[in-house]
Write a protein that binds this ligand. Structure first.
Ligand SMILES: [Fe+2]
Ligand SMILES: [Fe+2]
Length: 208
């Protein structure tokens, strides 16, 4: 799937489907965080019109996704509640920040965009797994359609971030893809670690 180095373990989707309400709650928070991150990127680079347009378009789309998940939660009578600690995103940012040290501000921007691309890629992979797991289950027909639609959007967001990273790197696509490969290695190791840690526990979260 896209640039990912470590596929999600086979047990994840079936486990997540056992607690659809929890998956949807986590999913709603992920969409809100994706919108916040896009707005934060735009705010940091207000002079860059192309980036600001791309990030505000993306934020609008993530908010739309959030509202769709919220509607599902309301229909199911499930309260959203405060956001849980997103160990995946927090740890990914921690492990990748500073690894570009000494290469200037542009490298930091490229890394931030590529980490966002990886998070989109992982979401895309997870929605595909959820859609596949839900496909044979008539009670989950609506969710199957929803997740199928979303995985296409997340794949598009992944490409947006990689394209912006290429632009931030002065058009050097080869260098950007090489850097993406390095960061994908860090992300893959983290995903493997979280899966190992979560064995036997409920993993009804999008990135857990
Ligand atoms: Fe989204
Ligand atoms: Fe997204």
């Amino acid at each position: 799937m896209l640039c990912l180095k470590v596929p999600t373990d086979a047990a994840w989707a079936a486990g997540a489907l056992r607690d659809v309400d929890a998956v949807l709650v986590d999913h709603a928070h992920c969409e809100m965080k994706a919108a916040s991150n896009a707005l934060s990127m735009a705010t940091r680079h207000l002079a860059d019109v192309e980036l600001v347009r791309a990030m505000t378009d993306l934020a609008r789309e993530e908010i739309d996704h959030f509202q769709q998940v919220l509607a599902l939660l309301v229909a199911r009578g499930v309260p959203l509640g405060p956001p849980p600690v997103d160990e995946y995103a927090a740890e990914l940012r921690r492990r990748t920040s500073g690894t570009h040290r000494g290469q200037g501000d542009a490298a930091a921007v490229v890394d931030r965009l590529l980490v966002a691309a990886l998070i989109e890629a992982r979401s895309c992979e997870r929605f595909k797994l959820l859609a596949e797991a839900a496909a044979p289950l008539p009670e989950h027909a609506a969710l199957h359609a929803f997740w199928t639609e979303l995985l296409a959007a997340e794949a598009r967001h992944y490409r947006t971030f990689v394209d912006l990273a290429e632009r931030a790197a002065g058009g050097d696509r080869v260098a950007v893809l090489a850097r993406l490969d390095v960061l994908a290695g860090v992300e893959g190791a983290l995903v493997r670690e979280l899966a190992r840690r979560g064995e036997g526990a409920s993993r009804a979260t999008i990135h857990g």
